[in-house]
Design a protein around this ligand. Structure first.
Ligand code: FES
Ligand SMILES: [Fe+2]
Length: 373
């Protein structure tokens, strides 16, 4: 799992004045809004006795721990220890990590890492969100699989006729013509011409009235750390799915999806769109959950790649570079697993780097980064 990225951690309308717990990278966070509506993301572990701040209460801009009422401000500094009488100072170590947030595309994003602002990788651009010709629905599902297995599945064009039948591929013509990958430091995309499946269902009825093209043009893309796009150009219009594969732990993933369409843009078709998204996920789920090893190998030679796997290979290569840069978290860094632990480690927030004078002021240790073995 990669730190030092912006992660879409929750739908924005679920982040309210009531604190909420979210999990990402095997770590727990609390989300709430200040009095002026700004989203706040703090480590969920109170440094006093580790109670979940998400069970506490927000007043003004501060959140109070449910156990002994310590209050933390949006920067994570403890500003009140009720059991301390007047005149007692608050220890410098009474602070939790606070992560930068941005609200965009109807999601709250948290920067889970310690890079300074100008070094942070970008949030991908989702042009359809602000395009009035598109309507979108959202969807979510948890699966028992590693997020990178789910991520690779979406950019893998070759599986579609096998796993999804005729939904957007043609089992009689499973060949993937050669494609060119357009890659940046943080993304890669490719266009595929998939043989058109026979038209079916409500959408198929409309489709039948138009000349059926021989090929459907599909664009698959990935954006680091965990977002994948599937853009299908149907004869009736464009359907785009942006999947946010949120790593709850190394082997459990929360998939949040924004699904855009520029046809049937009335609210009446939302349910149908959601059902189609669910159907696709339910087809992928058992296969992705069956993959072994559960975790994506670091070494490219541990699985066999063919030409049609180009986007996944590009991802694995790029990810290995970032692992070597120390951006990987996994193994001992996970605190949400089944195994009880005696210590907690935290994703370092920017304050740890920005304020060297706070260097000794952190109770929970930050991991310095994993290694690729
Ligand atoms: S555990 Fe949070 S105040 Fe004691
Ligand atoms: Fe799939």
């Amino acid at each position: 799992m990669l730190k030092n990225f912006w992660y879409a951690v929750e739908f924005a309308d679920r982040v309210t004045r009531r604190p909420g717990r979210v999990v990402c990278l095997g770590q727990e966070f609390v989300l709430y809004r200040t009095a002026s509506g700004a989203p706040v993301c703090l480590s969920n572990l109170c440094v006093h006795r580790g109670a979940a701040l998400s069970m506490g209460t927000v007043s003004g801009d501060v959140i109070a721990c449910p156990y002994h009422g310590w209050q933390y401000d949006p920067q994570g500094a403890c500003v009140n220890i009720p059991a301390n009488g007047p005149g007692r100072t608050i220890p410098r170590k009474a602070r939790v990590d606070s992560y930068p947030t941005i609200e965009r595309y109807g999601l709250v994003w948290a920067f889970l890492g310690d890079l300074p602002e100008d070094e942070r990788p970008p949030i991908p651009v989702i042009p359809e969100f602000d395009d009035p010709t598109f309507r979108h629905v959202r969807y979510e599902m948890e699966i028992d699989a590693n997020y990178e297995r789910a991520f690779e599945n979406v950019v893998d064009a070759a599986h579609t006729p096998f796993v999804h039948g005729t939904a957007f591929g043609n089992p009689d013509k499973p060949e993937i013509p050669d494609f060119r990958i357009r890659q940046t430091d943080w993304s890669a995309e490719a266009d595929f011409e998939l043989s058109t499946p026979p038209p079916k269902g409500t959408w198929g009825l409309l489709w039948k009235r138009r000349p059926t093209p021989e090929y459907l043009s599909v664009t698959n893309a990935w954006y680091l750390p965990n977002i994948v796009k599937l853009h299908v150009r149907l004869p009736i219009g464009d359907l785009l799915l942006y999947d946010f594969n949120i790593p709850l732990s190394e082997d459990r993933t929360l998939i949040k999806i924004l699904g855009f369409r520029n046809f049937f843009t009335g609210a009446w078709a939302d349910g149908n769109t959601r059902k189609r998204i669910e159907k696709i996920l339910l087809q992928d789920r058992p296969v992705v959950e069956s993959q072994r090893p559960e975790l994506l190998p670091y070494d490219l030679s541990e699985e066999l790649h063919v030409r049609s796997d180009g986007l996944q290979v590009a991802y694995r290569r790029r990810r290995l570079e970032l692992v070597k840069r120390g951006w990987w978290v996994g193994g001992d860094d996970i605190i949400t697993g089944e195994t009880p632990r005696r210590s907690a480690t935290i994703i370092a927030s920017p304050a740890r780097r920005e304020n060297p004078e706070l260097a000794g002021a952190w109770v929970h240790k930050a991991r310095t980064g994993g290694t690729a073995q």
